[in-house]
Design a protein around this ligand. Structure first.
Ligand SMILES: Nc1ncnc2c1ncn2[C@@H]1O[C@H](COP(=O)(O)OP(=O)(O)O)[C@@H](O)[C@H]1O
Ligand SMILES: [Mg+2]
Length: 362
């Protein structure tokens, strides 16, 4: 039998989506085939500290993993090119033991994990890893940069104004005037870099807009103000490197005012439909756009590309791309591939194979 691959699985992270990562990791870790992989878990605390973790899965799910010192050893990933080594503090705490790593699976969402930072470190170390590399991750995390690039490729998008924290703080009335020129109320306001709907608001008048701008600006220096689209939320999973494969599109019906954090992870009102309840030609066009967006941003391995299909007109409108999409029980990415005949274990095997291939192609 071939030797097992030494796999580094990262979870947690210094991000507003730390808890979402714990939910994703609780589903990814048990789906990694123990016959193929020697899994080395490294948990990153909300403060950004790295620990090799030898405890239970339950303690990851309930966020107590970092409270058990007997399961934690400080861990450092070497940035020395080609080292491919994780150094883990020994039991006596005087020395660090090297662990050779073949491949990494970053189960991280948002800042300091999905935004090119960890990707840069893994690239420096020479470790192949699942998901897009540094530049694509950083660009896709930033909704402003993503939109500016995609407008060059004529991808249909929502009408958007870009505002900066300094304008919002120093000249709020002008910022509000600029925002109001986007469209009639309601308007959507969001930070350029965020996820899981954190910092996203729907404003129905100038006073709500004022609060929404301040909220979004507390998460990022750049803020997007968008026309509100009334329609279906459609998500398409993409898998591969060059010439990637789009899944059938899925549909989310939040069952609330919009798909906010609570609707996503706390209440149970949202409903998913696989495949999406849209005409066949619309589904094919969504797949075509999803693949094109993945390619022009230079993604690798996986991404989930999200759209609206407007009521009435049937217009397809790009909303955002997630390069390390959620892998929780309710997440569309694993569900869509499961529907396409790839259950989580097989999907992870393929993602890992794409990681080696993308690394070899660099
Ligand atoms: N322009 C818009 N029109 C209508 N709904 C929107 C708009 N922008 C965001 N939303 C709603 O807010 C949710 C979160 O916004 P999104 O841009 O996807 O941010 P995040 O990266 O946090 O998921 C969407 O799933 C959708 O329900
Ligand atoms: Mg979203």
């Amino acid at each position: 039998m071939a030797a097992k691959q030494s796999l580094l699985c990262l979870f947690g992270g210094k991000s507003t989506e730390y808890k979402v990562s714990l939910m994703s990791a609780s589903h990814v870790i048990p789906a990694l085939d123990p016959q193929k992989y020697d899994v080395h878990l490294v948990g990153i605390t909300e403060n950004g500290k790295w620990y090799a973790y030898s405890g239970s899965l339950d303690a990851i799910a309930d966020d107590t993993w970092h409270t058990h010192p007997q399961w934690l050893r400080r861990a450092v990933l070497s940035a020395s090119f080609g080292d491919k080594t994780l150094y883990v503090e020994s039991d006596t705490k005087n020395t660090f033991t090297p662990i050779s790593i073949d491949v990494a699976v970053p189960v991280l969402h948002g800042a300091n994990g999905e935004d090119g930072t960890v990707q840069g470190l893994l690239s420096l170390s020479g470790i192949p890893y699942v998901g897009p590399h540094c530049t694509a991750s950083a660009v896709a995390m930033d909704k402003m940069f993503t939109r500016l690039i995609l407008s060059h490729y004529n991808i249909p998008q929502v009408k958007t104004a870009y505002l900066f924290r300094s304008q919002i703080e120093n000249d709020p009335e002008t910022a509000l005037d600029t925002a109001e020129r986007v469209d009639a109320y309601p308007l959507f306001v969001k930070p350029a870099n965020a996820g899981s709907s954190i910092g996203v608001s729907k404003a129905s008048n100038r006073e709500e807009l004022r609060i929404a701008l301040r909220t979004a600006a507390s998460f990022d220096t750049k803020v997007l103000v968008e026309e509100c689209i009334f329609g279906k939320e459609i998500e398409c999973a993409v898998l591969g490197n060059e010439n990637p494969t789009p899944s059938v599109p899925g549909e989310i019906n939040p069952g609330s005012d919009f798909y906010d954090y609570d609707t996503k992870y706390i209440t149970d009102t949202s409903e998913g439909f696989i495949p999406a309840r849209i005409p066949k030609e619309t589904a094919e066009q969504v797949q075509m756009y999803a693949k094109k967006i993945f390619e022009v941003l230079g993604c690798k391995g996986l991404s989930r590309v999200d759209f609206f299909v407007e009521d009435g007109s049937g217009r397809i409108i790009f909303n955002e791309i997630n390069t390390l999409p959620g892998f929780t029980q309710i997440s569309m990415y694993p569900k869509l591939w499961n529907y396409m005949g790839k259950p989580a274990q097989l999907l992870l095997d393929e993602l890992i194979a794409y990681a080696y291939k993308a690394n070899a192609d660099v």
